[in-house]
Design a protein around this ligand. Structure first.
Ligand SMILES: Nc1nc2c(ncn2[C@@H]2O[C@H](COP(=O)(O)OP(=O)(O)OP(=O)(O)O)[C@@H](O)[C@H]2O)c(=O)[nH]1
Ligand SMILES: [Mg+2]
Length: 321
């Protein structure tokens, strides 16, 4: 009975127009929306969505791959005759000029295909962001700015990179395996890959403090294997390693000649700061990146055609989300 009396007394007091009740009520009305706002924005999964970055030279097929993952393989239009045997042409793309991102989902065990409709099957899914970047040489800083999150971006056009507070879980370097076979293809592709790997290496080794940033694994997606001129994945790997070794030698010689390497104090750079992989080693191999906790894997496939397809790339991504 006593409890009921106290409750009654409390309600009576709270309904009386006393200054205390008025102040408490006013503070509640004022603070509640603010508190709610912080609660919602902090808890929202969207701001911390894991992400995977697509980089690679222009024309490699990044946007085509993003479109494939987003929409799935395009079913032939109903007007098209089913007897037609011509391979489905990929969704037309054009040279990208700005980064683009799509939100995708993979089943929580990472085994679902990008063709699966996870909503329909009711599978619990992990959502992630796939970020496409332009491959043109003049726009590559947009991609590389993602790899140095500590440095605030200075260019006004790359404000995008500051938006996702997402955790980068992996990097997919898409390349045109058919373009590697001819003339300038290999040096140009390897030069971009060198910059990307060096940025990752600097990120891992340059971290101040005891806790290094989480490692970012790299997938080298050798695309366009449906074309008969394309190099197989094993050859893509060995050619890239040889070319990266060559670039490493040339760049280190250039630095010595210009005297930059000797007393480079720009960013606290030390000896071998621009040297990719094991310092002083003769040949470069992707295994050397493991020293910096960077796992590099080369997997062949194609966005179009009946070949190995893009499933293994999707699986690689799914396992790292
Ligand atoms: N044969 C073949 N062509 C492909 C494949 N993937 C992409 N392509 C074609 O390659 C061309 C370039 O593809 P994009 O996706 O626009 O290239 P990108 O990497 O986004 O290029 P940028 O936006 O300039 O960086 C398009 O015409 C695609 O249709 C593939 O697996 N096989
Ligand atoms: Mg593109």
């Amino acid at each position: 009975m006593a409890a009921l009396d106290t409750l009654k007394a409390f309600f009576e007091a709270s309904l009386k127009p006393s200054p205390t009740v008025f102040v408490i009520g006013f503070a509640f009305v004022l603070l509640f929306p603010i508190l709610l706002h912080f609660l919602v924005t902090q808890k929202s999964a969207y701001t911390t969505l894991p992400s995977v970055l697509l980089v690679g030279p222009s024309g490699a097929g990044k946007t085509a791959l993003l479109t494939l993952f987003e929409r799935g393989p395009l079913a032939p239009a109903p007007s098209e005759k089913p007897t037609s045997t011509a391979p489905a042409s990929p969704t037309p793309t054009h040279t990208s000029q700005a980064p683009a991102a799509v939100e995708l989902a993979v089943s929580s065990d990472g085994t679902s295909s990008f063709r699966d409709d996870l909503d329909a099957t009711g599978t619990t899914a992990k959502r992630f962001l796939l970020i496409d970047t332009p491959g043109h040489a003049k726009l590559r800083r947009l991609a590389l700015s993602h790899l140095s999150p500590a440095k605030p971006s200075t260019s006004p056009t790359s404000s995008y990179s500051a938006t996702p507070k997402s955790k980068l879980k992996g990097l997919v370097f898409v390349l045109d395996a058919a373009a590697l076979a001819d003339g300038d293809g290999l040096p140009a592709t390897a030069a971009y890959l060198y910059d990307v790997l060096l940025a990752l290496q600097k990120r891992a080794s340059g971290a101040k403090g005891s806790k290094p940033p989480p490692a970012i694994p790299v997938l080298i997606a050798a695309n366009k294997l449906d074309l008969f001129t394309a190099l197989p994945a094993a050859l893509v790997k060995s050619n890239l390693e040889a070319e990266l070794g060559r670039i490493r030698k040339t760049r280190s010689r250039g630095l010595l000649d210009s005297g930059v390497g000797a007393d480079d104090d720009v960013a606290g750079a030390g000896e071998g700061d621009d040297w990719l992989g094991e310092y002083g080693s003769d040949k470069f191999s992707f295994k050397q990146m493991l020293e910096f906790d960077i796992e590099v894997e080369v997997i062949g496939g194609s966005v179009v055609g009946d070949g190995p397809g893009a499933d293994r790339w999707w699986k690689w991504i799914g396992q790292r989300i």
